[in-house]
Design a protein around this ligand. Structure first.
Ligand code: ADP
Length: 161
């Protein structure tokens, strides 16, 4: 049984993330989407809100689970008895950090493989930060995030203003 972990901030989940989740769910027996609880930047949505949004938008995928984690990714992966870490790659600019992360994981546990999936060209520019920037000024995020997430963003920024 191959269990893959797809870790990230998912603040919030975008259609780019969702595309990686859909494609991974076809490749692995089980995919655990794991929301990092400790982020250096202050998140817009709490870890439990991010988990809840991910659960809502992946409810149609029976082999996908969502949870949050903290601590070292390599330790967490071992704890969940997973063998693979999935990450998405958009542009060259992603490469440097992703390369470092993959090598750090390998150093901590050589049995874990990090696999990269190329972004869908439609989403190559898409990031949670861009989505937040657009939503914070009242711009339309249709097509960038699932409608459920668009609604949460609208509500969050209305409350903040
Ligand atoms: P992190 O803060 O760990 O980078 P993110 O939530 O920003 O977390 O992203 C999680 C993973 O998803 C990363 O591997 C990132 O490169 C990937 N990702 C983000 N947006 C996209 C996208 N539009 N297409 C493909 N992969 C993406």
């Amino acid at each position: 049984m191959i269990i893959a972990i797809y870790p990230g901030s998912f603040d919030p989940v975008t259609n780019g993330h969702l595309d990686i989740i859909h494609r991974s769910s076809r490749l692995f027996d089980k995919v655990i989407v794991s929301v990092g609880r400790q982020v250096s930047k202050v998140p817009l949505f709490s870890a439990s809100e991010r988990v809840e949004m991910l659960q809502a938008v992946t409810a149609d995928l029976p082999n996908v689970e969502v949870e949050s984690f903290d601590g070292l990714l390599a330790h967490y992966v071992r704890e969940r008895e997973a063998n693979v870490v999935v990450r998405g790659l958009r542009a060259i600019s992603d490469f440097d950090y992703e390369f470092q992360l993959a090598l750090a994981i390998k150093k901590l546990d050589e049995n874990i493989e990090t696999l990269f999936m190329m972004t869908n060209s439609e989403y190559s520019f898409l990031s949670s930060s861009i989505v937040k920037e657009i939503a914070s000024y009242g711009g339309c995020v249709q097509g960038l995030v699932p409608p459920y997430v668009a609604e949460k963003l609208r509500y969050r920024y209305q409350k903040n203003n």
